[in-house]
Design a binder for this molecule. Structure first.
Ligand SMILES: Nc1ncnc2c1ncn2[C@@H]1O[C@H](COP(=O)(O)OP(=O)(O)O)[C@@H](O)[C@H]1O
Ligand SMILES: [Mg+2]
Length: 285
């Protein structure tokens, strides 16, 4: 088994009003992976994420980081929060300082770093998300997409090994989503583990190398997205399948196997290429 950087072992969680949000959930996040967490509204994705950086503590079971159970003491939490950076779905619940620079400084300052190091980290993180020009702007004047990028910068400034993003694409237009993807790809290439909760099946299919499917607080499936997203029970839990996977499946039903050459299209562009190659091949006498 590949090394897991974060894991849940038989974790159950009930909110104060007794709502069961996680139910005997066991799963692992592989170091260096691009992991997509999928599930209908209320499936437990956000609750899962709040467990990954210790904001919530399991009612039963345990969360492991690097194979070691989380230490919920103050110092343990400080260490964990600099290791696991969580970006909330709603930027307004994460941003609270007057200016962009102040907000991004908050995390590294809290880590007790000296002023010079804080300044460097703030500059680097703002640069990484393309917000350098806005450093001195008041946070409340930013657009939704800009606020999201500031939230990510604030987490990056703590140099986490794992970046956990709760529905980061929600509320962003297509261009902003592309920009965010470029940022995330760069971070992943630099060695960061990235975990994203999303409703976008096409995105998960094309981007992730690991999938985690949640249903009613339980782990329904995990593994390669190209495989699990085609399973019947996963299709029914998610209310459909990725478009590319669906086309591959339907072509298969009429005897055209695009996977013949050991090549599996994961994006619309790759699918078009594969179909074009297939047609050309059939045209060749
Ligand atoms: N603060 C809360 N208090 C009580 N119940 C909650 C709270 N937050 C979430 N829940 C419930 O816990 C379950 C899981 O929710 P959540 O983790 O937010 O799912 P998801 O992020 O997949 O939509 C749902 O039934 C939801 O209504
Ligand atoms: Mg959620």
């Amino acid at each position: 088994m590949t090394e897991s950087i974060l894991a849940l072992q038989n974790v159950s969680y009930r909110y104060q009003d007794d709502t069961p949000a996680l139910d005997n959930c066991s799963l692992a996040i592989r170091r260096g992976s691009r992991t997509a967490v999928l599930g209908a509204n209320g499936a437990g994705k956000t609750t899962l994420f709040l467990h990954l950086n210790g904001i919530l503590r399991p009612s039963a079971g345990q969360v492991l980081c690097g194979g070691i159970p989380l230490d919920y003491s103050r110092s343990g939490m400080r260490k964990l929060r600099s290791l696991v950076g969580l970006v909330f779905q709603n930027p307004d619940s994460q941003l609270f300082s007057a200016s962009v620079r102040e907000d991004v400084s908050f995390g590294p300052m809290n880590m007790g770093l000296d002023e010079k190091e804080v300044r460097k980290r703030v500059e680097d993180s703002l640069q990484a998300v393309g917000m350098t020009e806005s450093a001195d702007r008041p946070v409340h004047n930013l657009s939704y997409g800009q606020k999201k990028r500031v939230c990510i910068a604030g987490v990056l400034a703590m140099k986490p090994e794992i970046l956990v993003l709760d529905e980061p694409m929600a509320g962003l237009d297509a261009a902003m989503q592309d920009e965010l993807m470029t940022v995330l790809d760069r971070l992943h290439a630099a060695g960061m583990t990235i975990v994203i909760a999303t409703h976008d099946l096409d995105f998960a299919y094309g981007w992730a190398d690991e999938g985690i499917i949640m249903e009613s607080g339980r782990l329904l499936a995990d593994g390669s997205p190209t495989e699990i997203l085609l399973r019947e029970e996963v299709r029914s839990a998610l209310g459909g399948a990725p478009l590319v996977a669906e086309i591959i499946r339907r072509l298969l039903l009429i005897g055209i196997d695009l996977r013949d050459k050991g090549y599996l299209p994961r994006s619309k562009g790759e699918l078009l290429q594969a179909i074009t190659a297939q047609i050309k091949q059939e045209d060749t006498p």
